[in-house]
Structure formats: C-alpha cells, structure tokens
Write a protein that binds this ligand. Structure first.
Ligand code: PEP
Ligand code: MG
Length: 882
C-alpha cells in the first residue's frame, strides 16, 4: 500500500494521534488527539509534512496519487459536515493552516474562509440569514488570500476599508453594514484584477490547491527561515497543512472566538480569531464570558481541564462559539515566561502529575536567562530603530554616550548610560563597566564587546551594521533617525533590538521554586559547571549562580583598569630586563590582591588562572593616533621634551607592530619571550594563595598556559611555574595542591595532545581561538560574512556561538582522546564562549569532558543544559563516556 500522507479527523474519530507531531505537525496532532478524546472539533484533514518534502522535491508540484488522496479526504469532509466546497446553496468553507512539528508562532501562513466566491457568498447569506456575516467573511477571505497566495500587500486592501469607513463616517469595522461590505468586496476584486491582470479565482477547488501550495511555500519565507535559524529548528522537517471546516465566531452576537483558560483568557464577540491576535479590537477577559455565555463557559472549562490533564501540561487553547455551540480549534502546550514555567513544573511535581525529570524539560535552558536579568515589559509599545546581534542578554535603558570617559563621567553623576561605539577595545573597559548596556556597530558574537559584556553581565547588542556611528560628532543614525549624545535609547540583548527612548523594564522575581528546580538539575548532571571570572565581583556572582569554581581568569583584564594601564605600558616599553622587572614589581601587589579576592569567593573550589595572553600592542595607544598626535604637537610647536617622549612611544609601538597580532607574539610565546612576566604572575598567584590560607580558606590554584601548540612550549613554561610555586610556598611555609595545565586552542595542540599531556595536568579547550584557527575566520571581523553564510545556508549557525561539532568538535574529541591516552587522569574542560550554549554543552557531555566554564550569567543555563543532556542520553539509551 502506498504511504499514507493525508489523515482525517472528525465525528469522534481520527486517523492520527497526539504523538504524531513529526507527521502531522503540532497543530494536526493536537486536532487528532482532541477529536479522539471526544472534544468538539470541527472536522477536517491534515496533509502530512511528507507532502511538503514532495512539494519541494518536485518543483512545486504534488504527485497525482497524493492529489487523489486529498480529493478523497475532501469528499469525506463534505459528507461528514453535509456541505460541499463551492456549492452555491450550501457551501462548505474551510481554513487552510500551516503547522510544523516545532511551534513557529506566526511565521508561516494561513488562509481562512476559503470556498467563498461570488455565488457561495450569496448561499451563505441565505443559509445564515445574515448577509452582513457572509460579506464580512468574503472580505476577510479576499484580503487574506490575496496577501498569502497572490502576494499582494494588505496595505492597499486596508486603505479601501478605511476609505469606506470615512465615506460612511464610522470608526469601527463592525459598524460597516452588509451593503458596505458588499461594495468593499467589489473594490477588492477590482484591485486584484488591476494588480494581477487576472480575475480573482472563483473556483473553490483551485482556491484550495493554491492556498495549500502557498502554505508549503511559507515554510521557506524569510521570517520562517530566520526563526528556525535562531531557534535551532532543522530546515528539512517541513510543514503540514490542516484543512478544516470553518465554524464562525462572526455570525452575530451569539458567537465568540478564541482564548485560553482562566486569567489568561481573552475573547471577542462577533469576530474571527485573527481579530484577537491582530489587536484591532480589544478582547474581553474570559471571566466575562461566564456571564455572557454561561453554558458554553462551563463546557469550555470542563474541556480545558480535561485536556490539561490529558496533555499533562498547561495548554493554550483556541476556540470559537458558533451560535452558542463551542468548538475547539487548537490546543498546544502553553507559551509562558520562564518564571511561570518553573513555578508550574515545580507545582506539578508536587502534585505528582509529572516527574522531576519531565519537569526539567519544561524549560528551555536559554529561558533561564529571563530570570537573571531585567527584561523589557512585553506589553510596552516600542520604537525599534535597528537590530543587531543579541550578544549579551537582558535589557537596558539609558542615555547614549560615545566615549568610555564620558560614560564614567555621567555614571558618576548618577545617570544611566548606554555606551555606543563602532566597536569596543580594551581601552573602553571602564566605560563598559559603568554603562547599563553596550551597543556596537561592528563585531560578532565573540567580539570584544560581546565577550566582555557577557562576562560582566551587561546587556549588549553587537554588530548592528545598520547604525552609522560617528564618534567625532557624538551621534548615530538608524532607520532615518539621529540619536545624539544624551538621547535615551534602550537595548534588548536577547533579541538584538535597539529601541528609541526609555523602554519600561521589569525585574522578574527569583522565586523559591527556581532554587528547587535547579537543585533537581544539579542532582542529575555529570558535567561540572564553572565560570569565567576575572574579578572578585564576577566570582561572587558566579558562586551565587552555582559555579563550582573558576574555569578561566583572564589575567590581562586585570591590567586594563585605568590606574594599571600606565604601569603595564611602562613594562612593555621597557628596553632592559631591569626596567621591565621594576615595572612588573609594581604590578605584582595588584595582581596578588586580585587573586586573593578570587580565592576568597571560591573557598576551595578550583581557580584556573591563565597567564598573560593578548598581544602587547592591545595595551598601547594606537599607532595612527600617536602619529596624528606627534604631528599636531609639532605643528603647535609644543615642548620638545613632550614631543620626544611621544616619538619614543611611537617608535616602540612601531617596533611592536605586527601585521597579524592574533598570530603574533601572544599566548605562551609572550611568557617564553619575557619569562619575567610569567615569574611575576606565578608569584602573585602563589603569594595570594599562601596569604588566604592563613585565614583558614582552602585554595586550589590551577595555572594555565595559553595558546600552546608544542609540548616544548608547555615544558619551558611549566618549569618556571613549578620553580616559582615551590619557592613561594617554601618561603611562606605553606603547602596546598595546585596543578599546571594548558589551553588547547590551536589545531596543532589538538593533534599533538598526547605529547602535550605528558606535561600538562589539565586541558581547557579555548574554543574561541580554536574556532578561529580551525576555520581561519577572524573572531573579530567575521560577524558580517557569517550572517551572510547563514542566509545562504552555508552555515547553520554562528560557529562562534554554537560549537561546530563536525570540525572544531572533532578536534576536541581527538585532543581529549590523545590527551587521556598518555595521562588517563587528565582533567578536561572547555572555556570558550560555547560553554554557555546548550547544544554545545550537550556535545561536551556526550564526548566526556569534565566541566564547562562560561560567563557567570550563563552558569544556570549550562547547569540545566548539562542535566538535560544526561536525561536525553538516558532516553536514547546511549551511555555517557564516564
Ligand atoms: C578561547 O580562545 O576560547 C578563550 C577562552 O580565550 P580568549 O577568548 O581569551 O582568547
Ligand atoms: Mg584564546
């Protein structure tokens, strides 16, 4: 027998069921399940998702056998309901709706009231004894079909209605009489003819074919494609098409439409569902329905309670009341805020309705984010002027400033500021620190702005290339508007939206239920979760969010503070070892204090401290800026000694200039070239540890050598570390455990990990650099073309945000296996930005890493993702690596 592709539901029986979301889509599966449960559902049939694949595989044509299967089901529907599609006397009208396996709200298309034409509209008017209702439905159909199927913009149709209302001197659509609507229908058809050079299709069967194909096409409209990309939904699952008999909420005042249960429910009298969604009329709260339609209300409450029990989750329902008869049109698991999801699932576990394991899947790990940051009030009307990358979540509002110093100045005066830059550099760190949010025109998800913002928990929209930032005149242009210094803007770091003005923010409460929920996740997960933290403040936040140690302390961030950068520059500019050591000795106590703060917060949890990594020029003024400065000083005949000093600085900057600093003197190469830097840092690490142990605090430092590609590099740096560590502990008469390991962030390191592990006691995969070097994509410049690659389907996701499992992931797997082959006890983690991405966390679990280390604000997300990874593994029966 040929494969069944069309599934009927109606008259209390359904050919499909609720478990068939793959084939029927979420909506089709819900309709089938409700029908079998005896819930009143208008009959219809679902053309399965397989047909969508056939449509695309066959250049937009369906095979004959599938067409016959659809025709057979249509006849069955006509028999069940006792009306015929296109019958002028007794017309069947249908809705044609999309419905994919994964909910993609509002992304694909729907056509309602299909089957109306110049003849059936008359039949409907007679049969319903309500010409106004018939022509209202015809208007809606003409407009919707023209928009969805014929690709004619709605605006032109809406103008016709507005014109009619003006002519009649009325404000609301519901006040248009039957004759008005009749003439609007005429104008609509004339518009279609004028634009398409063809009559509006009158044959109801052709209407159905065209609408069905338009729904298939809407699977690949830009909105849907973007939604799938950003929500990790595969592109090849396709949509089903649900063809269902229409019931009418717009036949008069005995009718109502749509809503959900109890306090969240809304309904409209004498309307169709789209009116509720479109917000053209304000719906009434569902409790009013109790007075207006008491019987129907009771029935609705009975049905919804039954369905929630059946689906074991809170449901969103759509319903219609036609002449006091209730019909259920849709049920699906309710969309809710993270706080509500946590509360509901904890309650349901208490009531023994679901298990703890099921509860842990009631929240997407990323949703946790909403619980940790303020968010924009979802009810607010916003003036969105641009959209960039959602680089660091949360929401922020403040006055736009264009320079870090200005940000500090204004913040000190108590103003909220948003730092707007073309891009940020380490020079901006003090401004970023005080700003509520950060907006950059350039850079990707791992650009400086993005990484730092996530780390310090600041909202950030990065790579917003539709804004034109002018840092000399202190303003930016976006969407034809100019934003000047001091003007208020708001950022939504979760969506990437840039909003003009002060968006109202709400701070979601952290409830007790959240702690309970997270404790269940912790009981299940195997992966440890640590945080990337450089300051005591970050470390405290990290512990509060449940971090089990610091997986990466980037020591260079400690030197970007305003009072430290001059000493750092002194160290870099030193021409003799003596001068360099003199500068380093000034840095030593500062570093020591920083480390003490970290140990104090971590109370015995491991603290991985990475030795200096970035190229030195990052601490120096820009070469071009210095050139301009020297020329200016010469022109104004400034003091000779000042000019000479600037020239010396320029000379040193030129000496240090590299064409490709990311591949230049950085990482362990720095410590090998200037071993005195390593010596100072290690002394600070161990002196700090010795000091805090005197207060009875346990410590566990892990010294990490960056950017190693050869075992020899590891060996020479480790020798220094061990010598200084032992000497310091001896001098202070203290003893505590410590380890020396490396970052694996270059392909050669992964390939020779067996050799490197003979020296390294732990590995931490630096997947930012590993991604950069594996692809040869600059992490600071690739935002633009990665977005383009995603549009072109060359890349499925931004590889700097979601780990490329096929390439970079294989390097990790290889590095892990090779490393453990020579050192079976090797501790292995990951500390690139991917460590806070749920999909990447699942991969890290599956291949057997020991921990992930992400920004403090992502720690709870990683904890839940790690728990879900274990549960998914259990479900699929695959045993974990460890
Ligand atoms: C990395 O490369 O993944 C990493 C964590 O180091 P950084 O981002 O500081 O280069
Ligand atoms: Mg790195």
């Amino acid at each position: 027998m040929a494969v069944k592709r069309v599934f009927f539901f109606g008259g209390g029986k359904a050919e499909g069921n609720g478990a068939m979301k793959d084939v029927l889509g979420g909506k089709g599966a819900g309709l089938a399940e409700m029908t079998s449960l005896g819930v009143p559902v208008p009959p219809g049939f679902t053309i399965g998702t397989g047909a969508c694949a056939l449509y695309y595989g066959n250049r937009g044509k369906l095979p004959q056998d599938l067409k016959s299967e659809i025709a057979t089901n249509l006849s069955k529907l006509e028999r069940t309901i006792g009306r015929k599609l296109g019958d002028p006397k007794n017309p069947l009208l249908v809705s044609v709706r999309s419905g994919a396996k994964f909910s993609m709200p509002g992304m694909m298309d729907t056509v309602l009231n299909l089957g109306l034409n110049d003849k059936t509209v008359e039949g409907l008017a007679k049969k319903s004894r309500n010409p106004r209702f018939a022509y209202d439905s015809y208007c809606r159909f003409l407009m919707m079909f023209s928009d969805v199927v014929l690709d004619l913009p709605r605006g032109a149709f809406e103008r016709i209605i507005a014109e009619k209302k003006r002519e009649r001197g009325i404000a609301s659509d519901v006040d248009l009489a039957a004759e008005d609507l009749m003439s609007v229908c005429g104008a609509f058809k004339a518009l279609v003819k004028e634009r398409t050079k063809k009559e509006f299709p009158q044959d109801a069967r052709i209407q159905l074919e065209l609408a069905r194909d338009a729904v298939f096409r809407s699977w690949n409209n830009d909105r849907a494609k973007y939604y799938r990309k950003t929500n990790g939904i595969p592109d090849d699952t396709g949509t089903a098409v649900n063809v269902q008999a229409m019931v009418f909420g717009n036949m008069g005042d005995g009718c109502a439409t749509t809503g959900a249960r109890e306090q969240y429910g809304e309904y409209l009298v004498n309307a169709q569902g789209e009116d509720v969604v479109a917000g053209t009329r304000t719906p009434r709260p569902i409790r009013d329905m109790k007075k207006e339609f008491p019987k129907v209300f009771d029935q609705l409450m009975r049905i919804t309670a039954k369905l929630e029990k059946h689906f074991r989750d809170v449901q969103d329902f759509e319903f219609t009341v036609e002449n006091n008869t209730l019909y259920m049109l849709q049920t699906r698991n309710g969309k809710r805020t993270a706080a509500a999801a946590v509360k509901i699932s904890v309650d349901m576990v208490k009531e023994k309705l679901i298990t703890k394991e099921e509860a842990l899947f009631r929240l997407e790990p990323r949703q946790i984010d909403q619980l940790l940051h303020p968010v924009i009030d979802p009810k607010a009307k916003l003036d969105v002027i641009a959209k960039g990358l959602p680089a660091s979540p949360g929401a922020a509002t403040g006055a736009a400033v264009f320079h870090a110093d200005k940000a500090v100045e204004w913040a000190t005066e108590g103003k909220d500021v948003i730092l707007v830059r073309k891009e940020t550099s380490p020079d901006d760190i003090h401004g970023m620190d005080v700003a509520r949010g950060i907006l950059t025109a350039k850079g990707g998800m791992t650009s400086h702005a993005a990484v730092v913002a996530r780390q310090i928990g600041k909202t950030c929209v990065a790579g917003c290339d539709t804004i034109d930032v002018d840092e000399t005149t202190n303003r930016f242009m976006a969407g034809g508007k100019v934003v000047r210094e001091g003007d208020f803007i708001s950022l939504n770091g979760t969506t990437g939206e840039v909003i003009l003005g002060k968006a109202p923010l709400i701070a979601p409460a952290m409830t007790g239920a959240f702690a309970v929920f997270m404790s269940w996740a912790d009981a299940v997960r195997r992966l440890k979760v640590r945080a990337n933290a450089d300051t005591q403040r970050d470390a405290r936040v990290a512990r509060n969010f449940g971090a089990e140690g610091i997986g990466l302390c980037r020591t260079e961030h400690m030197f970007f503070a305003e009072d430290r950068i001059p000493i750092m520059q002194e160290m870099i500019l030193a021409r003799t070892l003596e001068d360099r050591e003199a500068a380093l000795s000034k840095l030593l106590p500062m570093q020591r204090d920083d480390f003490k703060g970290l140990y104090r917060e971590m109370k015995g949890y491991p603290v991985t401290i990475r030795l200096l990594d970035p190229p030195l020029h990052e601490f120096l003024p820009k070469r071009e800026e210095l050139m301009v400065e020297v020329t200016k000083l010469q022109l104004i005949h400034a003091d000779r000694s000042i000019i000479e000093e600037k020239k010396r600085l320029l000379e040193r900057v030129e000496e240090l200039h590299e064409f490709n600093p990311m591949l230049g003197l950085r990482g362990c190469r720095l410590g090998i070239y200037y071993p005195e830097i390593t010596r100072m840092q290690v002394r600070a690490i161990f002196e700090a540890a010795c000091d805090v142990t005197r207060d009875g605090i346990r410590v566990h430092p892990e010294v990490m050598i960056p950017l190693v590609s050869m075992v020899g590099e590891m060996r020479v740096q480790k020798e220094i570390v061990v010598a200084v560590a032992e000497e310091t502990m001896r001098r202070h008469k203290r003893k505590f455990p410590y380890t020396v390991g490396t970052m694996i962030e270059l392909p050669r390191a992964a390939m020779t990990a067996d050799e490197i592990a003979t020296e390294a006691e732990f590995f931490s995969f630096g997947t930012n650099d590993l991604t950069q070097t594996a692809f040869g994509f600059s992490r600071d410049d690739s935002g633009k073309f990665i977005q383009h690659y995603m549009k072109e389907n060359i890349l499925e996701a931004d590889v700097f945000a979601t780990l490329d499992q096929g390439g970079v992931g294989q390097l990790i797997r290889l590095g892990l296996e090779k490393g453990r082959s020579t050192r079976p006890t090797l501790k292995v983690g990951i500390c690139g930005e991917h460590a806070g991405d749920p999909k990447s966390v699942e991969f890290c679990h599956a291949i057997g890493l020991d921990y992930v280390s992400c920004s403090p604000y992502l720690v709870p997300i990683a904890r839940l993702a790690a728990a879900q990874a274990v549960l998914r593994e259990k479900k699929t029966g695959k045993a974990g690596k460890k």
